[in-house]
Write a protein that binds this ligand. Structure first.
Ligand SMILES: C[S@@+](CC[C@H](N)C(=O)[O-])C[C@H]1O[C@@H](n2cnc3c(N)ncnc32)[C@H](O)[C@@H]1O
Length: 271
């Protein structure tokens, strides 16, 4: 399995501590309290994700296989302007977050799910596993190659019948869904960060999600950059920072930001 780049606050902290402690110019004595504290900090940071994995119900064989195929696929090998740049295996939500999404579907009893940002289909498949008979998941994806990869995997896993793919920019898909008076019990937002605010506001304004409906919104910690100073925020982090502010002040929503992986906001429409 290829080594993935750290993309969550805790894995970034672990990598930074490793770098510092293996730096030959570091002159802290190995038996000093400072060194022992650094070792403890590194163990705490490195141990969290494996512990979460071990104490989360295991992934199904089809999820495991989809993850492996995502890691093995060459996402860099892209031609044509219709493709989204920068797709990479690090985008995949994975075991612990996938299990969280699956449980949220089961607990909420959602029968109509919308996902914005499919990539290789891991989160779609995790949620589809908990969808009841007759349930439907509408999956919006801009990139045709990712959409095909995901649909091939979903069909092979026997979930193709539950999933309807909307190919194109998500906002255009939302407009079509609203025009057709479609409603969703649960929405997972995991696409281009600068559009998060527009997506959620559009779904609220146009009744795609009604009172009681659930939103799950990914990457709301954006590698921790949202709580660093403004000068340390990239474009995506600045957008998520604004989005988090918007959501906190959105009277139609109540929410909690959960420090799961790169941050997942769980929200519910209350008005
Ligand atoms: C982080 S990945 C999604 C990961 C996936 N939800 C998972 O858990 O494995 C983001 C996806 O959003 C897609 N995307 C980016 N901009 C989009 C847009 N405007 N409309 C629809 N999808 C978009 C990208 O092509 C990419 O596949």
């Amino acid at each position: 399995m290829s080594k993935l780049r750290p993309v969550t606050p805790i894995s970034i902290i672990a990598a930074l501590l490793s770098d510092v402690m293996s730096d030959p110019s570091m002159s802290i004595l190995k038996n000093s309290k400072v060194w022992k504290d650094l070792e403890r900090a590194k163990e705490l940071a490195n141990g969290l994700d494996p512990y979460l994995e071990r104490n989360t119900s295991p992934e199904s064989e089809v999820l495991k296989s989809l993850k492996q195929k995502t890691l093995d696929f060459n996402w860099q090998d892209r031609t044509g302007r219709e493709f989204v740049n920068g797709l990479e295996p690090e985008m995949l939500s994975g075991h612990v977050e996938g299990q969280f999404l699956k449980l949220m579907v089961a607990i909420s009893g959602a029968e109509r799910i919308l996902e914005i940002g499919v990539f290789s289909g891991y989160s779609v498949l995790a949620m589809a596993e908990a969808l009841p008979e007759g349930g439907v998941l509408v999956a919006c994806e801009l990139d045709p190659r990712a959409a095909k990869f995901a649909m091939d995997q979903l069909q092979a896993a026997g979930f193709g019948g539950k999933v309807r793919l909307e190919l194109g920019p998500a906002l255009a898909s939302l407009e079509t869904l609203a025009k057709d008076s479609e409603k969703f019990d649960l929405v997972f937002v995991d696409a281009d960060k600068p559009s998060y605010r527009e997506y959620v506001k559009y779904m609220l304004d146009h009744g795609l999600v009604e009172v009681g409906g659930v939103f799950l919104i990914d990457n709301t910690l954006l590698q921790g950059e949202v709580y660093l100073g403004e000068e340390d925020r990239g474009v995506a982090a600045a957008a998520i920072h604004d989005f988090n502010d918007y959501l906190t002040n959105e009277p139609r929503i109540e929410q909690v930001l959960i420090p799961l992986r790169d941050g997942v906001t769980l929200a519910r429409r209350v008005i």
